[in-house]
Design a protein around this ligand. Structure first.
Ligand code: PMP
Length: 480
């Protein structure tokens, strides 16, 4: 079975891997065989610039992380029911990066497990189960989280899985194309308008005789289309939720560990202290480790329910050695500072592109979490979804891995490994400039079938079939 050809890999995958298990670029997938830093390599050793991998946070296969994991594997790996230094050392290091109130850690193996446990903690602490969530949210793949992830719930067409009554959606504070827009309301009113919706929802829940267990949201919403909340939004929401006896859960699975640039945790940028924080993806640089961090009081409420919490792999010595090594690299290589510097550079360069290309309606971001909202018309802000699809397919041809997201799939989403450089940004912007020019030239046919899958992008040549386009234009050799 060694050394399968790409086609053999695809055939075996078709035969043995569930159809719903998604692939990037599903119509023309890439077989990645190795990676280093912010670069990935396919089976023919073609190099791709990785702009989407927020999992391999400190750079693919970082030697310090690889060494920490392999060293510990040679000594001991076992379940977390034995005393071991790594788990307590990692808990201490993590809590040192958080506000002092957040001092108790539960280790898990995935972001979904972490969020599921967070819901359990909230439930035991408040003795309630009604949750408030943002529209467009994604918090994980287990049933409890699909229940509150409209991002996925909305895709389910068979009517089997529906949103339970205990889940309450509220408008996502997207000031560009949400319920309250910055071209319709004074900017300084937006946080209050969106937060007042939460207050109104709480009143409705109370009027039905129910009580709120909590509010869960990402500190910046990623799947919703790289949404940065208006300043003060979370402070106001937290007050309403606390006044109603609920707890606040901040999901930092995508946006934590310094990605925001000016802080280790994105919620800090909004000046709030949540009751529960969940973290995952970047935590193990690709190795499955995640965590929930909470207060002594909430942890005590959970303990008082009498049930033991046991997670076989959560907090095992190898995962924790890796988690410690990731924190080392973030500190030693000043990756948080790099995210701020390079992230600000991205914003400058993207705004320069915006001056040249009407298709860019909005540039938004913090640190290395940036979105380009593509529009057909800057005034109406009509989403340019097919154009976004084209850009992603073209970037792939230029060996740049990028993704698009948001309810209309028109937001180009950047969340690269944190070692991304200004040279990488220059290279990306050069290619984006070229591709936007292609679109402007009208020489390319856009695919009107804006597939709902977040990862299916047809090969570009297919997008152009039937209309006699000279595809060398698409390779950048001919530009209009
Ligand atoms: N929360 C957020 C915000 C996520 O983006 C994800 C994964 N995309 C999860 C939770 C779930 O994490 P996992 O896939 O590790 O279970």
């Amino acid at each position: 079975m060694e050394g399968l050809t790409k086609n053999e890999t695809i055939d075996l995958r078709r035969m043995h891997i569930g159809k719903s298990c998604a692939l990037f670029f599903a119509h023309d997938p890439i077989k990645i065989v190795r990676a280093k830093g912010q670069y990935m390599y396919d089976e023919e050793d073609n190099e791709y610039l990785d702009c989407i991998n927020n999992v391999c946070h400190v750079g693919h296969c970082h030697p310090h992380v690889v060494e920490a994991g392999s060293k510990q594997m040679q000594i001991l790996n076992t379940n977390s029911r034995f005393l071991h230094d790594n788990i307590v050392k990692l808990a201490k290091r993590l809590t040192e990066t958080l506000p002092s109130e957040l001092s108790v850690v539960y280790f898990t193996n995935s972001g979904s497990e972490a969020n599921d446990l967070a819901l359990r903690l909230a439930k035991h602490h408040t003795k309630q189960s009604d949750m408030i969530v943002l529209e467009g949210a994604y918090h994980g793949h287990v049933i409890s989280l699909i229940d509150l992830s409209t991002y996925k719930l909305d895709d389910m067409k068979d009517g089997v899985h529906n949103k339970p009554k205990s889940v309450h959606m509220v408008a996502c504070p997207d000031i560009y194309r949400g319920k309250y827009r910055d071209d319709e309301h004074p900017k300084e009113d937006l946080a209050k308008l969106y937060a007042d919706d939460v207050k109104e929802l709480i009143d409705v829940i109370h009027n039905h005789g129910d009580t709120v267990s909590g509010f869960i949201a990402e500190s910046m919403q990623s799947c919703g289309g790289q949404i940065i909340y208006p300043d003060g939004y979370l402070q106001k929401v937290f007050k309403h939720v606390h006044d109603a006896g609920g707890v606040t859960i901040m999901d930092e699975v995508q946006v934590g560990f310094g990605r925001v640039g000016n802080h280790m945790w994105s919620f800090q940028d909004q000046g709030v202290i949540p009751d529960i924080v969940t973290m995952g993806k970047p935590m193990g640089n690709g190795h499955p480790i995640a965590a929930v961090v909470t207060t002594k009081e909430i942890s005590a409420s959970f303990a008082s329910c009498g049930a033991e919490y046991f997670n076989t792999y959560g907090g095992n010595p190898v995962s924790c050695a890796i988690g410690l090594a990731v924190l080392d690299v973030i500190e030693l290589e000043k990756l948080k500072e790099n995210a701020l510097k390079v992230g600000n550079y991205v914003l400058v360069k993207f705004r320069q592109l915006m001056d040249k290309h009407q298709i860019i309606g909005d540039v938004r971001g913090k640190g290395l979490f940036v979105g380009l909202d593509l529009v057909k018309d800057r005034k109406t802000r009509e989403p340019a979804s097919e154009e976004a699809k084209y850009v992603i397919a073209r970037l792939k041809e230029e060996h740049i891995l990028y993704s698009r997201d948001g309810p209309h799939r028109n937001v180009l989403k950047m969340k690269p490994p944190m070692c991304f450089t200004e040279q990488n940004v220059d290279h990306l912007c050069e290619k984006l400039d070229m591709i936007f020019k292609e679109i402007k030239s009208g020489q390319v046919k856009l695919d009107a079938n804006n597939s709902s899958s977040a990862i299916e992008e047809p090969p570009l040549k297919k997008l152009c079939t039937g209309i006699g386009i000279d595809t060398s234009v698409l390779n950048g050799t001919k530009q209009s």
